[in-house]
Ligand binder design. Structure first.
Ligand code: ATP
Ligand code: MG
Length: 156
């Protein structure tokens, strides 16, 4: 179905308000358009944002910013989610998509989770015929970028 992705993002961000207050985190939303229509499975794409923002919030340093970008390029909508968190060691970057995989630093007792979030994210993006990538620097931060199908234009 077709829906406004930017609106969905604002809503998912709002659900993290309490955790953000506790860690003094802010969301910065960089939207090329006010409304960004996409064609996809609403609850599944909501799950993608929930899982990626849950990670961004969990692994962010206190008093930092999480930036979310959306922009349409042709028939795709490009999305970026960037945090200023602990980062992911190079040797782990290829494995984070596997079920139950967690890096050593994220196994600390305050970093709860079973290691399923990203495996679910990847399967949802792939099911929409799109891709997701991760670029990260240890101690600096992490960015996830992916695409979604833009709303199909009806020619008249
Ligand atoms: P779950 O999502 O099931 O609650 P999880 O968050 O540990 O558990 P994933 O979301 O699949 O699992 O992420 C896998 C691992 O990738 C994390 O444990 C962490 O080591 C690393 N990771 C994911 N996102 C980030 C991020 N934004 N910053 C730093 N490390 C990350
Ligand atoms: Mg997770």
């Amino acid at each position: 179905s077709n829906f406004d992705l930017n609106r969905m993002i604002r809503e998912v961000c709002a659900s993290f308000e309490m955790q953000c207050q506790k860690k003094k985190l802010g969301f910065s939303l960089v939207f090329a358009e006010k409304k960004q229509m996409v064609n996809g499975d609403y609850p599944k794409i909501q799950q993608v944002f929930y899982n990626l923002l849950d990670n961004a919030v969990k692994f962010s340093k206190e008093d930092s910013e999480i930036q979310i970008r959306t922009e349409q390029k042709g028939t795709k909508v490009l999305v970026g989610i960037k945090d200023q968190g602990i980062g992911i060691p190079k040797k782990d970057l290829g494995k984070i998509w596997e079920r139950f995989y967690k890096t050593d630093i994220s196994r600390g007792k305050d970093k709860a989770g079973t290691g399923l979030g990203l495996a679910i994210v990847k399967s949802i993006i792939t099911a929409h015929g799109e891709n997701i990538d991760c670029v990260s620097t240890e101690g600096v931060g992490t960015e996830f970028s992916f695409s979604l199908p833009a709303m199909e234009r009806v020619e008249e």
